[in-house]
Design a protein. Structure first.
Length: 187
C-alpha cells in the first residue's frame, strides 16, 4: 500500500469516527510548496488523553499495527507511532502551546477523489522549526519562497516569540529566512 492510499484509508476511518485530525509534514507541505518525497504520514489527532485507548482501537480498525503499551507511554510526551502495511504513521497529540490554534486553522484540500484536512502553512512552519532538522530547514526555505505573500507573518512572529528564547538557533534561522525572503521579494 502506498502513502496516498494509506492516507486515504486512515483519514476515512478518522472521519467516520468523528475524530478531528490535520495532516502535517511533507504531505501537507506539498500543498503549500514544491513537493518532496516522503515515506511516512505525519498526522495531528485532537483527542483528550482519556480517549487515547479508543483512538488506538480506531487505528487498528483502519488496519494499523499499534503496540498499545508503547503508544500509551509515548502519548504522555505527545506522540506515538503506528504502521499500516509498509507506511510509518507518526501521530502527534495536541500538547504544544499552539496546537489548539493549529487545529482551528486547518484547511480542507482535495486529495485524489476525496479531500482531507491539512495544517495551515504557518503551522507547518512552526512544527518544522520546533523539530529543526536539516530537512525541516530546507522545507521552510521552499515554503517561504512559494508562500511569502500569503503567510501570516504576525501569527508566525507571535508564536516564534512564545516558543523560542532569544538565543535559540531555530529562532535565528526563522528571522534570517524571513529577512532573506522578504529582501528577495522586494528586489
Amino acid at each position: 500500500m502506498d502513502v496516498i492510499a494509506t492516507l486515504q484509508r486512515l483519514t476515512a476511518i478518522l472521519e467516520t469516527e468523528a475524530i478531528e485530525y490535520a495532516i502535517g509534514g511533507a504531505i501537507a507541505l506539498s500543498y503549500w510548496a514544491v513537493p518532496r518525497a516522503t515515506l511516512d504520514i505525519d498526522i495531528g489527532i485532537n483527542v483528550e488523553p482519556t480517549t487515547i485507548p479508543q483512538l488506538l482501537v480506531t487505528l487498528e480498525q483502519a488496519g494499523c499495527i499499534v503496540n498499545h503499551d508503547t503508544a500509551m507511554i509515548a502519548a504522555e510526551r505527545g506522540d506515538f507511532g503506528a504502521r499500516l502495511k509498509d507506511v510509518r504513521i507518526d501521530i502527534f497529540l495536541p500538547t504544544l502551546p499552539f496546537a489548539a490554534d493549529a487545529f482551528d486553522r486547518k484547511i480542507r484540500v482535495p486529495l485524489a477523489d476525496n479531500s482531507i484536512w491539512i495544517l495551515a502553512a504557518e503551522d507547518i512552519a512552526l512544527y518544522k522549526l520546533i523539530y529543526g532538522r536539516t530537512k525541516d530547514y530546507a522545507d521552510l526555505e521552499r515554503l517561504f519562497s512559494s508562500q511569502l505573500d500569503q503567510l501570516d507573518l504576525t501569527y508566525l512572529d507571535k508564536w516564534i516569540n512564545k516558543l523560542f528564547a532569544s538565543d535559540d538557533s531555530r529562532k535565528h534561522f526563522y528571522l534570517n529566512l524571513r529577512a532573506k525572503i522578504i529582501k528577495t521579494h522586494k528586489v
